[in-house]
Design a protein around this ligand. Structure first.
Ligand code: PEP
Ligand code: MG
Length: 578
């Protein structure tokens, strides 16, 4: 039976493929199709991995008997050995390999997800938590399997696979950068959640906030994902499929055409030059930045580099990552935002209490608040950024500033970092530019204090909207309230831009609003001349800039700022499209 699901499209485009249900973060393995004749050898590979882990557990058992290890450790090994022998883990994946013609790793993770779901139904809390043992045993087997890749695989059906999950964390999402799935669907999440932002950077269609997608869609069903129109068609009939294949071709053609603008300067009809920068999460994103023709990187979300690891990286590791971006950009500027950890982006192994369970993590220890609560950790990052500044045009950007005292502390720490480098005679840019993000209404309302102490500003509309409208950006239940044209948001944007102009410093917009062509003109009319967005949105925004006349826009935008009536604002928005 064919049916439609509605959600929030966070990435445009059309994908057609088969559903692959995933439970959660545990999926880190690629999915490959194998030929029927490869099934026996793939099963053999799986059996060999299981046997190797059994031997490893035996060896461990021997080691702890020779030492005075606490008896609980022995008990854990027993449980793991028992699970490993159980048919549900040792045999079921073999059946999945044969039935689904897939690689052993994928089969094992599928089976683990099923088992974890069963454990989650158990009422007894102790037994329920045993799912962790299942996950740990599977991880052991996966480690062996991944160290011994299988035969040359038939094809890469990832390109036709649409992942369907209840929820995915930003850390999960970043792992998918290595794969080539056709689209992503999740039940939870809002358009500007960090998960959605990373999905966008994968340049494939994605729809979030489907509510019941994970339970309504069945494994292997055909799906059409139309990210631009917020819909998913489950089990489409032949006519619908044919229609969407056509639409898909048209979309791809449009994208191709935009490439002609790559080297064109972004200048409005009245001759104003607009800087278009890119947002990145990983050094490997630099390739896309260069491909898009961006003027530089306006926002490097540095915390994404280190989400999928235990504990923070050393100064040298960070330095290498920042340096590689600075060098890769070949003289173009890179604005490195200091760690914006907390809220939906957490790391294991940090002592600073980020793992505390709080009622409102987005209002808690996040971003610069977290960094100031851990000055050593912050100093390490600042030193790494400063060292990288010797190799390119590097700027520092501080997220989530709320008051000028925070800023004073940050500036003192930057001075300390500089001083320590001077003592070591390390090279860095003495005049490195330091900017602040305007993401909290309080900062926009008191913009003067920030503007006079900083070299530049950048408006993070995702958080500014979240905090102005009191809507959790990651909560699908309030996602419909997300409104960049709310009169309060427009007034705050105007206020911040005016404050920066008065102080004579540049101000950019780096939230998702900057990459949405429907908002390009309103931002131009408000006075924004620097936009930073995911590289794959850049050419569409450039096209809109090229077709815009700023004096005309200013007339409409000024009228918009004078009304609190959302209906009138909607009419003005329509006028901006003309
Ligand atoms: C923002 O808040 O708009 C922003 C750019 O930062 P992030 O999305 O990473 O919170
Ligand atoms: Mg933000």
């Amino acid at each position: 039976m064919s049916f439609l699901l509605h959600g929030i499209g966070v990435s445009g485009g059309i994908a057609i493929g088969r559903a692959q249900l995933v439970s959660h973060a545990t999926l880190e393995v690629a999915h490959y199709e194998i030929k029927r004749e490869q099934v026996p050898s793939e099963i053999e590979r799986f059996d060999a991995a299981v046997n190797q882990v059994a031997r490893e557990l035996d060896a461990l058992w021997g080691q702890i008997q020779e030492t005075d290890t606490p008896s609980e450790v022995g008990a854990f090994i027993d449980v793991h050995a028992m699970l490993l022998r159980d048919e549900m883990l040792a045999k079921a994946p073999r059946d999945i390999i044969a039935a689904e013609l897939c690689n052993a790793e994928w089969a094992l993770v599928q089976q683990m997800n099923r088992l974890v779901e069963q454990f989650e139904q158990i009422e007894d809390a102790y037994l329920r938590e045993r799912k962790q043992d299942v996950v740990q045993v599977v991880e052991r087997v996966l480690t062996v399997l991944l160290g011994k890749p299988g035969p040359v695989l038939a094809q890469h059906p990832e390109q036709r696979t649409i992942l369907v999950a209840h929820d995915l964390s930003p850390a999960d999402m970043i792992r998918y950068k290595k794969h080539a799935f056709a689209a992503f669907l999740t039940d939870l999440g809002g358009a500007t959640s960090h998960t959605a932002i990373v999905a966008k950077s994968l340049n494939i269609p994605a729809v979030v906030a489907l509510h019941n997608g994970r339970s309504l869609i069945r494994e292997n069903e055909w799906l059409i994902v139309d990210g631009a129109h917020n819909v998913v068609i489950v089990n489409p009939d032949k006519a619908v499929l044919a229609e969407y294949r056509l639409k898909q071709e048209e979309f791809d053609l449009e994208r191709q055409k935009l490439k002609r603008l790559k080297t064109k300067r972004a200048t409005t009809l009245d001759g104003q030059v607009v800087e278009l920068h890119a947002n990145i999460e990983l050094p490997s994103d630099v390739r896309d930045v260069l491909e898009s023709g961006a003027n530089g990187v306006g926002l490097f979300r540095s915390e994404f580099l280190f989400l999928n690891r235990y504990g923070l990286p050393t100064e040298d590791e960070q330095f290498e990552a920042y340096r590689s971006v600075a060098v890769g950009l070949g003289g173009r500027p890179v604005t490195i935002r200091t760690f914006d950890l907390g809220a939906d982006k957490n790391m294991e192994g940090i002592s600073a209490g980020l793992d505390r369970v709080t009622m409102n993590p987005a209002l808690g220890l996040r971003a610069v608040r977290f960094c100031l609560s851990e000055p050593h950790l912050f100093l390490t990052q600042l030193r790494a950024i400063l060292r990288a500044s010797h190799f390119g045009k590097v700027k520092i950007l501080i997220p989530m500033l709320c008051n000028v005292y925070e800023l004073t502390q940050v500036l003192q720490l930057i001075d300390r970092a500089k001083e320590s480098l001077r003592v070591e005679r390390a090279s860095f840019d003495e005049n490195i530019a330091v900017g602040g993000m305007i993401e909290i209404p309080a900062a926009a309302l008191s913009i003067g204090g920030f503007a006079e102490r900083l070299d530049f500003l950048s408006i993070g509309t995702n958080d500014l909207i979240q905090y102005t409208l009191a809507i959790d950006r990651a909560d699908d239940a309030v996602a419909h309230l997300y409104d960049p044209t709310h009169p309060a948001v427009l007034k705050l944007l105007a206020m911040a831009i005016k404050g920066a102009n008065k102080a004579g410093i540049p101000i950019a917009v780096c939230g998702e609003m900057a990459g949405e062509v429907s908002f390009t003109r309103i931002l131009l009319g408000l006075g924004v001349r620097e936009f930073s967005m995911h590289p794959n949105h850049l050419l569409a925004v450039k096209q809109r800039v090229l077709n815009s006349d700023v004096p005309q826009l200013e007339i409409t935008v000024n009228k918009m700022l004078k009304t609190d009536d959302p209906d009138k604002i909607a009419v003005y928005m329509e006028r901006l499209k003309l």
